[in-house]
Design a protein around this ligand. Sequence first.
Ligand code: SF4
Length: 334
Amino acid sequence: MKQTNISVFVPHYGCPHRCTFCDQRSISGAQAPPSAEDVAALLAGQAPHLRDTETRAEIAFFGGSFTGIGEEYMRSLLTAARDAVRRYPDVYTGIRCSTRPDFIDDRILGILEEYGMTAVELGAQSMNAEVLRLNERGHSPEDVERAAAMIRERGFSLGLQMMTGLYGDKPGYCYETAERFIAMKADTVRVYPTVILDGTRLGELYKAGEYRTFTFDETIDICARLLRMFGAAGIPVIRLGLHASAEVEAKMLGGVYHPALREIAESRIFYGDMLAEMKRLGGTRFIVYTDPANISRVSGQRKENRRRLGELGYTFEIKSEKGTRLRIYALQDT
Ligand code: SF4
């Protein structure tokens, strides 16, 4: 049985903030907030297809600050979602939403519980107080910890979202953010490298030459390390990088946006592991055994790993071995 999300974007509706990076309308791709009827129609329309393809789905309210959109409107959307879960229990397995940490309190969590919400994701973005301040988030790292604890205490699955490369960010701050996410016992994590959009405060700073984000290569190194950290803690990274969107592409001034970002970061992990093992084994020619599913990551996007290792004097042949992540055999140099 496959698992997916049916995403309902609720753009910036009711959000009193203007975070430096945010242009909700571009990111969500939707101009108007959906009505409860729109949500009901979407879910009813998707159900037969999901059933035919043996796919189960969570209904996901993303895009803005779901619990800040106004109670009446939020309840109407939740009613549509709860009705779909009741009507198609073989298809819809739960409801999730994303919101800000300061839009979480006992009363709000009580409402979410009433409608059968299963997971709440917090846009934390960074756990560095200065990065939060510079990016006009309007909440502190402690607000994230407080909201995360309340979400867990109520028994919801806890999702935490972070960004890399915001104004004032440093690689070390990203790793500290990951450490604090792990300490908060997140059930899932999403990592979004910053994309600088025209019409945002970051866009202004970028055009004025006052801000640069991490380069593509720096971002890949950071994301590879984050994947390792969360992997070691047993926390799934359920998203790395923004979804492809024509609006984002049209308004993007800079930053890191690539449809295969995760694949490239995973390849970077293989690169690091292969380099360490080749150095340990000694020699210059190797056979690399790996599961067929990993072959493209071993080789790297456009053979990047092969090229980089080649520049260091290492060559290798890949052989497929089911169930093996990485096993390297050194050939005798002749
Ligand atoms: S709180 Fe969320 S929706 Fe509001 S401006 Fe910031 S990122 Fe955008």
